[in-house]
Design a binder for this molecule. Structure first.
Ligand code: ADP
Ligand code: ASP
Ligand code: MG
Length: 389
């Protein structure tokens, strides 16, 4: 008998039918003798819908009120999932993050979980209940509702697993594990059986949104056994762990979209320092400089800097991740340029190489890098394993 924390993302609970199917999966874990605590996201599209309602009222809503609004999506899905389990004869109770004792710092819209008072959760588990907790939300010391940043339910699940000392944290989503790149944009991607915490952290930070970056960092710090699985079909999924059995030269390719090339001039020194601190700089001259800004930040910057900043075009960043990628930077850039992909900047860091390209070139660039570096290297790793075994 184990304690398992399961997390279901938006697509997994995107309709009443999906919620019914998720409750069957929970019941099956319980029938195997496990205690189950569940973190749930808002139904697919709901957080975006709430965000667009807010933006119809204000371009820059007050951060506290935005969290009050956005956290509402998760309250709907936890209640529906608890009802579905109850209706199937299984004892279940839903709890908001406040009720579940999830305390965060006071940073609205991007809060960090500081600690979880687990007493109430444990009491319900001990009574034989499935405890269903709203993902993405927290409360600060003043009793305000906070949210953990987009994709934050992953972090709720990992933090719950650490606080409850769970045997495994299972992230159920719409893909059956971590792939060598985003299967939505790249062909011939391969599912990975295991990925190290360090590679997964770099992939998530570089845009592989299958796991929120903070959730990976937290799991790594707290040695949480973390697995990504499909809520649509059975399977082993991908284990994220400290030391995978096979080490890979190249683990994967992450894609980051929704970025803007923003140009600015006539900035005060203090304004320039602020932007340089927050964003990647593409070019800097005394009169004008260019930075890469997430689309979601642009409205706020426009309000703050007005005509001093301009949106020039949409960009994407592709990042190769793995133990041996650093030496591949030059060849990666050459391959892309040979295929007429313009590169704005490339960057080499430990275990990663990234290139910035036009958004319009994203899919072509991703296919080239994945085919040339990821698949080739992984096939070689596989051949090596066959040769050795
Ligand atoms: P959820 O709603 O369950 O939290 P997300 O949409 O946040 O799901 O994350 C799952 C999506 O992540 C997949 O549908 C896929 O398009 C994307 N993704 C990006 N990179 C990867 C990757 N390397 N492996 C698997 N999925 C990835
Ligand atoms: N509902 C939130 C979002 O859409 C949190 C999550 O899905 O993890 O970002
Ligand atoms: Mg997600």
């Amino acid at each position: 008998m184990a304690l398992i924390v399961q997390k279901y993302g938006g697509t997994s609970v995107g309709s009443v039918e999906r919620i019914q199917s998720v409750s069957e999966r929970i019941i099956s874990a319980q029938q195997q003798g496990h205690d189950v605590v569940v973190a749930v996201s808002a139904m697919a599209g709901e957080t975006n819908r709430l965000m667009s309602l807010a933006n119809q009222i204000s371009e820059a809503p007050e951060p506290r009120e935005l969290d009050m609004l956005l956290s509402a999506g998760e309250q709907v899905s936890i209640a529906l999932l608890a009802m579905s389990l109850n209706q199937k004869g299984v004892k279940a109770i839903s709890l908001t993050a406040d009720q579940a004792g999830i305390y965060t710092n006071c940073t609205f819209n991007d809060a960090t979980i500081e600690h979880i008072e687990t007493d109430l959760i444990t009491q319900w588990v001990d009574k034989g209940y499935v405890v269903i907790i709203a993902g993405f939300q927290g409360r600060d010391v003043h009793g305000n509702i906070t949210t953990l940043g987009r994709g934050g339910s992953d972090t709720t699940a990992v933090a719950l697993s650490a606080a409850l000392n769970a045997d495994e944290c299972q992230i159920f989503t719409d893909v059956d594990g971590i792939y060598s790149s985003d299967p939505r944009y790249v062909s011939a991607t391969q599912r990975l059986n295991e990925v190290s915490f360090s590679d997964m952290y770099i992939l998530a930070k570089a845009g592989a949104k299958v796991l929120q970056e903070h959730s990976v960092a937290h799991a790594w710090d707290e040695a949480v056994t973390l697995r990504v699985l499909s809520s649509f079909e059975d399977g082993e999924g991908t284990l994220i762990c400290a030391q995978p059995v096979k080490s890979k030269a190249v683990t994967g390719l992450a894609l980051k979209q929704d970025l803007l090339l923003v140009e600015s001039d006539n900035l005060l020194d203090s304004e320039r320092v602020e932007l340089v601190k927050r964003y990647r700089v593409l070019s800097e001259r005394c009169d004008c400089f260019q930075i890469v800004v997430p689309k979601a930040d642009f409205l706020q910057l426009k309000l703050a800097f007005n005509t001093k900043i301009r949106n020039i075009r949409s960009l994407s960043i592709l990042t190769l991740v793995g133990d041996k990628v650093e030496g591949m930077a030059e060849s990666a850039c050459n391959q892309l340029m040979a295929n007429n992909v313009d590169i704005y900047q490339h960057n080499i860091e430990p275990k990663s190489v990234s290139v910035i390209v036009n958004q319009a070139d994203l899919e072509l660039a991703a296919e080239i890098l994945h085919k040339t570096f990821v698949i080739t290297e992984q096939s070689q790793d596989n051949n090596l394993m066959i040769a050795v075994s």
